[in-house]
Ligand binder design. Structure first.
Ligand code: 6PG
Length: 228
């Protein structure tokens, strides 16, 4: 399903409302900059409508940095949302990017998700994803070996483009989600949105096909401007 909103603010408001309506017990937050305004709206407008302490928070991916690093997806979510609402700290499962051994971080995170959900192939209630202009999502980049991962739930690919490791949920875990929401905003994403939604199958984001869940693309008008 594709939903198009007039601008980034409307998109963020709609995504926040969707979150509240879903009232997920388990949610994977996406990184990058797009989700920030959704987080801010959740904190400012929906603080009292959500049973925050019931929610288990995960991340769909993380940079290989400490939690206070400017690039940390955890840091952004904490600043925009988690530090403003009564979440249960034990239920906030950040990816421990400060550990220099990225592979160990990935396997530890995989175990955490399994332990918390009590499922060997967890079915997260709600997974947010972003879309890079190269068609990556989470930290699954074009040409990455993670694209072919069929067993592990979390991996730690070295990303050439950034000359650094990332920790990312893999397709088996992402595709088992009950609701997967891509949030994409801005004219700079219009071409990749067209290519992913209407072009040939060659981008990582196109491999996100829920086995039994819902897939929603929430776009603002600029990001949707090249869709026919
Ligand atoms: C990350 C993200 C990544 C992001 C896209 C879009 O860690 O960077 O998870 O997949 O969602 O790159 O990023 P923007 O929202 O900043 O455009």
């Amino acid at each position: 399903m594709i939903e198009i909103y007039s601008d980034a603010k409307e998109l963020a408001a709609a995504a926040a409302e969707y979150f509240v309506a879903q009232c997920p017990e388990t949610v994977a937050l996406s990184g990058g900059s797009t989700p920030r305004s959704m987080f801010q709206i959740l904190a400012e407008q929906f603080r009292d409508e959500v049973a925050w302490s019931n929610i288990q928070f995960f991340w769909s991916d993380e940079r290989h940095v400490p939690p206070d690093h400017p690039e940390s997806n955890y840091r952004m979510a904490n600043e925009a949302l988690l530090s403003h609402v009564p979440v249960k700290t034990d239920n906030v499962h950040r990816i421990r990017g400060e550990n220099p051994d990225a592979a160990a971080v990935a396997s530890e995170y995989e175990q955490t998700i399994i332990d918390v959900t009590k499922q060997t192939l967890p079915r997260l209630d709600l997974i947010f994803l972003g879309l890079g202009t190269d068609g990556h999502t989470a930290s699954i980049f074009p040409g990455s070996e993670v694209l072919h991962e069929t067993k592990r739930l979390v991996a730690a690919p070295f990303v050439e483009k950034f000359k650094s490791y990332r920790i990312t949920m893999t397709l088996p875990l992402l595709n088992n989600g009950a609701a997967i929401v891509f949030l994409v905003s801005g004219a700079e994403k219009a071409e990749i949105v067209r290519a992913v939604l209407q072009g040939e199958n060659k981008y990582p984001a196109q491999a996100v096909i829920p086995t039994q869940g819902e897939l929603i693309w929430m776009l603002d008008k600029d990001a949707a401007s090249k869709l026919t």
